[in-house]
Design a binder for this molecule. Structure first.
Ligand SMILES: [Zn+2]
Length: 310
């Protein structure tokens, strides 16, 4: 369990340093996706409020909208002024060209995602991308993915993913060995997006904790849990204890973003000042991020999570 306030940003801690430390302490690093500066401000503010390090994430679509190099420049600038380390991850990258682009832009890590391909092809494409990004920056962390956890951090009508494609410990071991990845994203009951019932707090995702522990043992690398939005709090705690090092939250932020934006716009139809309309959105998203960060570091989560009925 991490003592809140124990992280100081000297500008020198690498992502690997922070992950190694948290792994020993039984805490996980929170990863939050951003598509614009409103979301980025919310994530950075939550890191400052909780005094905990954060990973800012951007998928290919989010990078397209924000600009990969522009986002990297903003995060670098935020980190220079931050009391806690802030890292930047290129989430779900489906091509060698996009992985290289992110590495060149200065991202701290890249999620190389060829999980839709058959295992052997996934291994070959992932290995090629790992070597390419490490040739650009030897300190960059490469994440690889196996199994099916659905796509799209959105509100889905029906459940994503396929229980038949959960990652096995043996697959995990082979994949890590063959590709040279630093971080593995397994399928362990997690899935991207949320069902409407989860947004309303009536249903929660449940994880295969035993499988996580076995995969950690077999793989021997850091583990990321994708699609964390809407997961039962107790399952998060157990998953971290079983070996999860990074947890991705995206849909919960998007839900908070949209709901608070709608409220803010409805409050005064004559308001046209962007920062007056958007500040409540930053605050609402920040509350979700802070709540998740506290939970991942063993603190009471408090109010604020989407779908939290408390
Ligand atoms: Zn993901």
């Amino acid at each position: 369990m991490t003592a809140i306030g124990a992280f100081k940003n000297t500008g020198k801690e690498s992502l690997r340093d922070v992950l190694t430390r948290l792994d020993k302490e039984g805490a996980a690093l929170g990863h939050f996706n951003v598509a614009d500066q409103t979301l980025l401000r919310a994530v950075v503010a939550a890191g400052a409020e909780t005094e905990l390090p954060v990973i800012v994430g951007a998928s290919e679509g989010e990078r397209e909208f924000f600009g990969a190099r522009q986002l990297a420049a903003l995060v670098k600038s935020e980190r220079q002024e931050s009391d806690v380390p802030i890292f930047l991850n290129a989430d779900h990258t489906h091509s060698l060209a996009k992985a290289i682009e992110a590495a060149k832009a200065g991202f701290d890590s890249v999620v190389i995602d060829f999980s839709a391909l058959p295992f052997e092809q996934n291994v070959a494409c992932t290995k090629e991308a790992v070597q390419a990004i490490k040739a650009i920056n030897p300190a960059i962390l490469a994440e690889g993915e196996i199994g099916n956890i659905g796509t799209g951090s959105e509100i889905h009508e029906t459940a994503q993913g396929d229980p038949k494609t959960l990652t096995t410990p043996e697959e995990a071991r082979q994949f890590v060995e063959a590709t040279g990845i630093d971080i593995l994203a397994p399928a362990v009951g997690n899935m991207h997006g949320m069902l409407q019932s989860m947004v309303q707090g009536k249903a929660k995702k449940h994880l295969d904790i035993e499988r996580i522990a076995q995969i950690k043992q077999a793989a021997g690398v850091f583990l990321t849990l994708h699609g964390g939005s809407g997961t039962d709090d107790e399952h998060f705690r157990k998953a971290i204890a079983a070996g999860i090092n990074i947890i991705h939250i995206n849909t919960e932020l998007r839900v908070a973003w949209r709901q608070s934006l709608a409220e803010s716009l409805a409050r005064d139809p004559n308001e046209v000042v962007p920062y007056k309309i958007l500040q409540p959105v930053v605050d609402a998203v920040k509350q979700v991020v802070s709540s998740r960060l506290r939970l991942f570091h063993g603190e009471p989560a408090g109010a604020g999570a989407v779908g939290s009925v408390a």
